[in-house]
Design a protein around this ligand. Structure first.
Ligand code: PHE
Ligand code: CO
Length: 268
């Protein structure tokens, strides 16, 4: 990470977990969270996938920043997942290890009021509103568990760069075909005031069918709306298509990267 992260990492455990310390949130922070929640709540009936909509109804998460432990107990009963508080982005090995053990890391801090519309780093609103509801869906939850295990494997194979693109184009910015049309299931979309409608309605971005290798070959931008989205048919499809061993895919990506590097610069 080049820029310093803004969370407080000084009290984190070796696995980067921290106490949520719920009593320390101010009334202003709860109110800001509520405003974010209310704005997004107007958009999700039209733009979120049905699994997300079904899950949010079960969650008491609208009145203020939720207590992670309460929600964690609820998720555990539903799909075996829990949530852990973290100071912000955490290193790959810690992140993958949490997922591989069915723990979703949720950032403790909330954005500033001037970041209402836009924030680059994940905060508690993004993590909570975007990611946590889908942990109630068994297929999604099982897939995310496999993703975590696949992350630890990708670290051994020096392939995290490619696997991270899969996460980006699915868990963060994925679209899904539904009976009501294209809907968002990616957390970066669900928690975004502007991109949630854009990703579904705007004619400009490409919406390609989900395909593993093209996803792993696609670089992404973190500071503006995506130019390309990948559309799944269902979480079952996502689960099924990511089940095979990625080792040969990584090998082929590595060899085409090497070929590209060897190509002479074309003469002007
Ligand atoms: N099948 C992947 C592998 O062999 C693991 C994985 C599963 C990765 C699900 C992402 C999502 O590496
Ligand atoms: Co996220």
């Amino acid at each position: 990470m080049s820029s310093p992260l803004r969370g407080d990492y000084s009290r984190a455990a070796p696995d980067y977990s921290v106490e949520q310390d719920w009593a320390r949130y101010s009334a202003e922070e709860h109110a800001l969270y509520r405003r974010l929640f209310e704005r997004q709540s107007k958009l999700v009936p039209k733009y979120a996938c049905p699994e997300w909509i079904a899950a949010i109804a079960k969650l008491d998460a609208a009145s203020g920043i939720p207590e992670f432990e309460k929600i964690s107990r609820q998720v555990k009963k539903a799909t075996g997942w829990g949530i852990v508080a973290v100071p912000g982005l955490i290193p790959d090995d810690a992140f993958f290890t949490h997922l591989a053990n069915r723990r979703f890391p949720v950032t403790v801090w909330l954005r500033k009021p001037e970041e209402f519309d836009y924030i680059v780093e994940p905060d508690v609103f993004h993590d909570f509103f975007g990611h946590v509801p889908l942990l109630f869906d068994q297929v999604y939850a099982d897939h995310l568990h496999e993703y975590g295990r696949g992350g630890l494997k990708a670290m051994r194979l020096d392939a995290v760069k490619w696997l991270a693109r899969l996460y980006w184009y699915t868990i963060e910015f994925g679209l899904m075909k539904t009976a009501q049309g294209v809907r968002a299931y990616g957390a970066g979309l669900l928690s975004s005031g502007g991109e949630l409608a854009y990703c579904v309605d705007d004619p400009r971005p490409r919406r390609l069918p989900f395909e593993l290798e093209p996803i792993m070959r696609s670089e992404y931008v973190i500071d503006r709306y995506q130019e390309t989205y990948f559309v799944i048919d269902s979480f079952a499809q996502l689960m099924h298509e990511t089940a095979p061993d990625f080792t040969p895919i990584y090998a082929s990506l590595r060899s085409s990267a090497a070929t590209a590097a060897r190509k002479p610069t074309p003469a002007a």
